[in-house]
Design a protein around this ligand. Structure first.
Ligand code: EPU
Length: 339
């Protein structure tokens, strides 16, 4: 276990904003996790879990004990054509995707190139190109501040669109150590997502295996989303808003081009990127805080923007979307601010 005091987490958040935390505790073994949690309790600062930092915006220094679970390792258990893959929380997500598709295990290919670590995947139920983590999830092992070691299945995790119990009741109280996923060697390719279909038609040929589909998804992602190694960002900054059927109907009459996607319920999901682009923000810049020019849902740090600069920009965007469409768009990223 490595403990660092007054630590700058600039290299541990994909927006690359500078912020100091009271303590930064790196854990590499499962047994170190409860020790790190006890340490936070003992020091009297709130604890916080930080994986790859690819889904948060830090707006101030943090008076917290930050636990960085860096548990490695991938294990496999085979049951006929089914493979249960168990990965440590510190494994890089995309490396796990590559590991599985290279061996012919299907299930994660649509989730290729999502930044971050395995431990963060269940926290926001990562999703892309028609697949969500919950579709392949078996269970996870972790530690709760009060309840100790816990194994949690999908029901206990309460997965929803970009949401889980770890963003609600268990927030800042639970550390994920490892995750188990159910994959299949004969899994059918999921090519239903509109943007995938468009790209396949453009190219004139379909991917024929999981690895080829992962490559296609990775290519589409990199053509639209900036690489945090070159330009600070946290992927989609806002969630796509979900409207009642009535609200959508009224808006559609007023704005005929407004996209609408059916959800499992009667509600309609619309595109936050579209709303933001309509308000003229795509490619806009205020100092070093900006909106990516290839995707309006992505806020970017062009260099030296602070978390507060980015949050000011996000708040202006939110307000203008509300003024024009009367729709509230909520951040998808976690906004962190200590006074
Ligand atoms: N659009 C615009 N302007 C833009 C970009 C997109 O109007 O600049 C409109 C278009 O109508 C487009 C639609 O938005 O058809 C949807 O765009 P896209 O397929 O890029 O998906 P998204 O809804 O913006 C969501 C996820 C992404 C995920 C993609 C692909 C959320 C908040 N975001 O984005 O996830 O990669 O779908 O499945 O649900 C992330 O969570 O960080 C993330 C990148």
């Amino acid at each position: 276990m490595k403990v660092q005091k007054h630590f700058d987490i600039r290299h541990h958040n994909s927006f690359r904003v500078s912020a100091h935390v009271r303590y930064f505790v790196e854990t590499e073994k499962e047994e170190e996790v409860p020790t790190a949690m006890e340490m936070a309790e003992h020091l009297g600062y709130p604890m916080m879990v930080l994986g790859g930092g690819s889904n948060l915006l830090i707006c101030s220094d943090l008076n917290r004990v930050v636990i960085h679970p860096n548990l490695q390792g991938i294990k496999e258990h085979h049951h006929g054509s089914e493979v249960i893959v168990e990965a440590g929380a510190g494994v890089n997500w995309h490396q796990l995707v590559r590991y599985t598709v290279e061996r012919g295990y299907g299930g994660l290919e649509n989730l290729a190139l999502i930044p971050g670590m395995v431990g963060a995947a269940p926290v926001q139920n990562i999703g892309a190109y028609g697949v969500e983590l919950k579709d392949v999830f078996v269970d996870l092992l972790g530690y709760h501040r009060a309840h100790g070691r816990m194994v949690m299945d999908a029901g206990a995790c309460r997965f929803a669109y970009r949401d889980s119990v770890f963003k609600g009741e268990f927030k800042d109280a639970f550390v994920v150590c490892s995750v188990r996923l159910r994959l299949h060697k004969q899994a059918k390719l999921n090519l239903s997502y509109e943007a995938l279909q468009r790209e396949i038609q453009k190219r004139g040929h379909e991917p024929t295996n999981h690895a080829e589909l992962a490559d296609l998804v990775a290519e589409i992602r990199s053509s639209k989303l900036p690489d945090p190694d070159f330009i600070g960002n946290a992927g989609s900054f806002f969630k796509n808003p979900i409207l009642t059927a009535e609200q959508y109907k009224q808006l559609k009459a007023q704005f005929p081009d407004m996209p609408g996607y059916q959800t499992a319920t009667e509600r309609v999901k619309t595109s936050a990127a579209w709303l933001i682009e309509q308000c003229g923000w795509k490619g806009a810049r205020k100092g070093d805080a900006g909106v990516y020019n290839k995707h309006a849902l992505v806020l970017v740090n062009h260099g030296r923007a602070s978390g507060a600069d980015l949050w000011t920009l996000a708040s202006e965007i939110r307000q203008s979307v509300f003024d024009r469409f009367k729709i509230v768009i909520d951040p998808e990223v976690d906004i962190l601010q200590d006074s």
